[in-house]
Design a protein around this ligand. Sequence first.
Ligand code: NFH
Ligand code: CA
Ligand code: ZN
Ligand code: ZN
Length: 163
Amino acid sequence: EEYSHIQGTSWNKNVITYSIGRYTRDLGRSTVDSLIESAFGVWARASGLTFTRTYTRNADIMVEFVTYAHGDFYPFDGPRGTLAHAFGPGMGAGGDTHFDDDEHWTAGGTGFNLFVVAAHEFGHALGLKHSRNPESLMYPTYKTFRPTNLLSREDVANIKALY
Ligand SMILES: CNC(=O)[C@@H](NC(=O)[C@H](CC(C)C)CN(O)C=O)C(C)(C)C
Ligand SMILES: [Ca+2]
Ligand SMILES: [Zn+2]
Ligand SMILES: [Zn+2]
């Protein structure tokens, strides 16, 4: 679900920082790092935004793997059900993206593909809402592993309308 109560429909800058906090044990750290970087790359290509990784906790977008209650008002629910969530652009928690570490995160076609889910979440972190088009990345339910072109024409149009 997107959390539209966070003010700001888009970031007011085109260099956005991110930092990775707690990792999952499902994948090696370098694999997580590259899947997260690739998921940001999907949106960078479509929007012209630049995403820069930092190692501090005051990055625009904090990326974490957490379970159940984890410090915001949206506790996760154990295996399956909700996979992840992200806050819309803004200060503090704005942009922060949490993955439910009770899921089985993978880099391939089994479990839940971290690259695909991260790309969906980062859409929210940039200000996008859900789409009713099942072909769109911003559709609210997880689809099995997608072909290379993750973004639908609608996803591209929506991100270009914001930035
Ligand atoms: C398999 N489980 C699902 O398909 C669940 N959907 C999700 O967890 C969304 C993320 C997917 C689309 C990556 C939640 N979301 O929108 C975050 O921004 C349910 C449809 C069950 C809620
Ligand atoms: Ca879950
Ligand atoms: Zn969503
Ligand atoms: Zn959370």
